[in-house]
Design a protein. Structure first.
Ligand SMILES: *Cc1c(COP(=O)(O)O)cnc(C)c1O
Length: 403
């Protein structure tokens, strides 16, 4: 089937279609995973193709069912999260959606979710799953008594929380939540996007599944969107793959390549981002224009102990949220507009420092009263600290505050 030695007597219109394709890989192993853009895979005989289709021989047939570049990313994630299976999707939201199906969330089921979830996740649960008769109840996952009581009361099928909450950066006690989940026969799904596997491996703390928006720290360069689910049980993988095959939100090979490339520097980036975030948090903790700095390293002794148990020492994550004393949207916008280095952007975990206004971005859909209830002030600004020289980051924030 090698078309590099394409028959000379063929018409040029035929040659244009086949030339250069289906060449076997020469001896030697590529040191970086190639980008396999091929949608289909052919075999010398139909019998062989049939065996691959049946899963008797490992192989690829169609990229929605599997792709070598995407598989390399999934394998990397299995290693980093200590999972047994991984399934990659075109976005974090697609990954979450698939995870719900894999947990057999069916009409009549209840999901017990953290009240501090990423805004789109809350909306996915309430609108898409809500319309199919799946009920979502929220509770403060940092109040373990409340979580345990609610779980006993409503007998949820699934508990859903984030390792580090958005935007108040509270660290979840995953060990304790896993115990609560087990005591009521529920599964525990952890969104580990804010921590990255470098800082936390939720499966080792008892979670059943881990989800990442690979768009954030894993990719890290603001140029690729993707998502992934990791499982502890092989059986869960079948549900995830099944959803991916039928719903079709597969990760593209180019994105898989970019995210796999991003992962190679994840440790270096996150280490630097955490060091910089610690310096930023300390520097602005007593600032005259700031009423409060949210950062796990500056939390109460008991909260700090949980953060230390969950996150790789000595780190507390790469995010810092600041509350301006002038608690108004205009003040937050004015401060953000004056920044010259820090980028105004709706994401996190990138190489560069970026700022977001939760009240009008991630929590825009919430009623103002609910926002206040959750502690998301109008003057709150979330900073995803980048890898720049920290002096430059601090100087930029200083000048924007002082004007
Ligand atoms: C961004 C994000 C998501 C959604 O991921 P997408 O890749 O944007 O679909 C989910 N959870 C958290 C915590 C996020 O930050």
């Amino acid at each position: 089937m090698n078309m590099t030695d394409i028959k000379n007597e063929l018409d040029i219109r035929t040659k244009m279609v086949h030339a250069g394709e289906r060449r076997p890989v020469p001896n030697g192993v590529p040191t970086a995973m190639p980008v396999y853009t091929s949608v289909t895979y052919t075999y010398d005989s139909m019998a062989e193709m049939d065996r691959v289709f049946a899963g008797e021989t490992p192989g690829y047939v169609y990229t929605r069912y599997g792709n070598p570049t995407t598989a390399a990313f999934e394998d990397a994630m299995i290693t980093l999260e200590a999972g047994v299976g991984a399934c990659a999707y075109s976005s974090g939201m697609a990954a979450l959606h698939a995870a719900m199906f894999a947990c057999e969330i069916s009409p009549g089921a209840t999901i017990l979710a953290s009240q501090d979830l990423y805004g789109a996740t809350t909306n996915l649960l309430n609108t898409v799953f809500g319309s199919y008769g799946i009920k979502t109840l929220t509770v403060d996952f940092n109040d373990l008594k409340a979580v345990a009581n609610k779980a006993q009361e409503v007998r949820p099928r699934l508990l859903l929380a984030e390792t580090i909450s958005n935007p108040l950066l509270k660290v979840c006690d995953i060990d304790a939540c896993a115990e609560i989940a087990r005591s009521v026969g529920a599964r525990l799904l952890i969104d580990n996007t804010f921590a990255s596997p470098f800082l936390c491996q939720p499966l080792l703390h008892g979670a059943d599944m881990v989800m990442h928006s690979a768009t954030k720290y894993l990719s890290g360069h603001a140029d690729a969107m993707g998502g992934v689910i990791l499982t502890r049980e092989p059986a869960d993988l079948q549900g995830l793959i099944g959803t991916m095959k039928l719903v079709g939100g597969v990760l593209g090979a180019w994105e898989a390549h970019l995210i796999l490339r991003g992962i190679k520097t994840l440790g270096l980036r996150v280490e630097r981002q955490c060091e910089n975030a610690a310096r930023v948090a300390e520097h602005f903790a007593d600032h005259s224009k700031i009423s409060r700095v949210h950062y796990p390293g500056l939390s109460s002794p008991s909260e700090k102990a949980v953060a230390r148990r969950m996150l790789r020492e000595p780190h507390f994550g790469g995010l810092v949220s600041i509350e301006l004393k002038e608690d108004l949207q205009e003040s937050a916008f004015r401060f953000m507009d004056r920044l010259q280095l820090c980028v105004r952007a709706t994401s996190l975990g990138d190489l560069f420092t970026e700022v977001l206004h939760p009240a009008t971005a991630s929590h825009r859909e919430l009623a103002p009263a609910r926002r206040r209830q959750l502690g998301i002030a109008d003057g709150l600004v979330r900073i995803s600290v980048g890898i720049e020289a920290v002096e430059d980051i601090i100087a930029d924030i200083e000048q924007a505050l002082s004007q």
